[in-house]
Design a binder for this molecule. Structure first.
Ligand SMILES: Nc1ncnc2c1ncn2[C@@H]1O[C@H](COP(=O)(O)OP(=O)(O)OP(=O)(O)O)[C@@H](O)[C@H]1O
Ligand SMILES: [Mg+2]
Length: 264
């Protein structure tokens, strides 16, 4: 059995009268790939936000390894090795794809013990064995983004922006990566290819993954475990063939979900 790397225990989050999450108990083993499913408003993003520090749970505890990360700031949690991409990509819109990745590696450098006050594309990143520019070029290649290298990200297609956001999150070499709807806004034809590529890169790096996804085919293809959210609760947690055929999941989720276009 793999070690538990992330443990959410008794999480609850309320927004006024809305209970966005309640009785959330999840243990994530190292190296796992969890698919998070659920109808719009079921609490998936709320769960991701609590794990990554963007929301503080009203109740419950989150531990990463042996560290209690409940309510810590997103920056601190990122530094510990828990990173995320967003339902709506968070990019520097007036900068190119290359510059966005350079900024991501620049932040890694600034956060390192030897990070100085001056950072240029030629500055080596400690522990990465290469300067910022080279690492950014390698990331472009690995995530099949080289064609967009010098394009300002504002003009890039939705799917490319999503992949760039993920590539930037991976710059930190996270132990856990949370992907909030990595294929929303991506055409049905492109979706499978993009997910195969992204999951290939991320899993080769040995990263534990939690991904939110509305397409059950994508979930079945990539997840080794499924968490089904409904009305702020987890109604099923198990292997994909069990969870996707769970009575409550068939009743409330499969065939009822649609991609969200808003939200973080
Ligand atoms: N900042 C907020 N303020 C008030 N209510 C919120 C806030 N964030 C989420 N909610 C509410 O909490 C519930 C869960 O929302 P959440 O965004 O987690 O759902 P989701 O499963 O990610 O849905 P989607 O598939 O549409 O992205 C919803 O009822 C939502 O309206
Ligand atoms: Mg969401």
């Amino acid at each position: 059995m793999s070690q538990t790397v992330l443990h959410a225990k008794g999480l609850e989050k309320r927004f006024g009268a809305v209970v966005a999450a309640t009785e959330i108990n999840v243990e994530v083993p190292e190296g796992a790939c969890l698919g998070l499913i659920g109808t719009n408003g079921a609490g998936k993003t709320t769960f991701v936000n609590m794990i990554t520090g963007y929301l503080k749970p009203d109740e419950g505890r989150i531990t990463f390894g042996s560290v209690d990360i409940t309510g810590k700031a997103p920056r601190e949690i990122t530094r510990l090795g828990v990173c995320r991409s967003f339902q709506i990509p968070q990019l520097y819109n007036s900068m190119t794809a290359l510059e966005n990745l350079e900024a991501a590696f620049g932040i890694v450098l600034l956060n390192s013990a030897s990070g100085g006050w001056f950072v240029s594309p030629r500055t080596p990143v400690p522990g990465y064995g290469a300067p910022i520019r080279e690492l950014a070029e390698q990331a472009l290649e690995r995530f099949e983004l080289t064609a967009y290298r010098d394009k300002v990200t504002r003009v890039l297609p939705g799917g490319v922006r999503k992949v760039l956001d993920i590539a930037m999150a991976m710059a930190v070499q996270p132990k856990i990566l949370l992907l909030d709807e990595p294929t929303s806004g991506v055409s049905a034809e492109e979706k499978f290819g993009i997910m195969d590529m992204v999951m290939g890169v991320v899993r080769e790096a040995g990263t534990t993954v939690l991904f939110v996804e509305h397409d059950m085919e994508v979930v079945a293809r990539h997840a080794d475990r499924v968490l089904a959210f409904y009305d702020g609760r987890i109604i099923a947690d198990g292997k994909p063939d069990e969870a996707l055929n769970h009575e409550q999941v068939l009743k409330h989720i499969v065939g009822h979900t649609q991609h969200a276009t808003t939200g973080q």
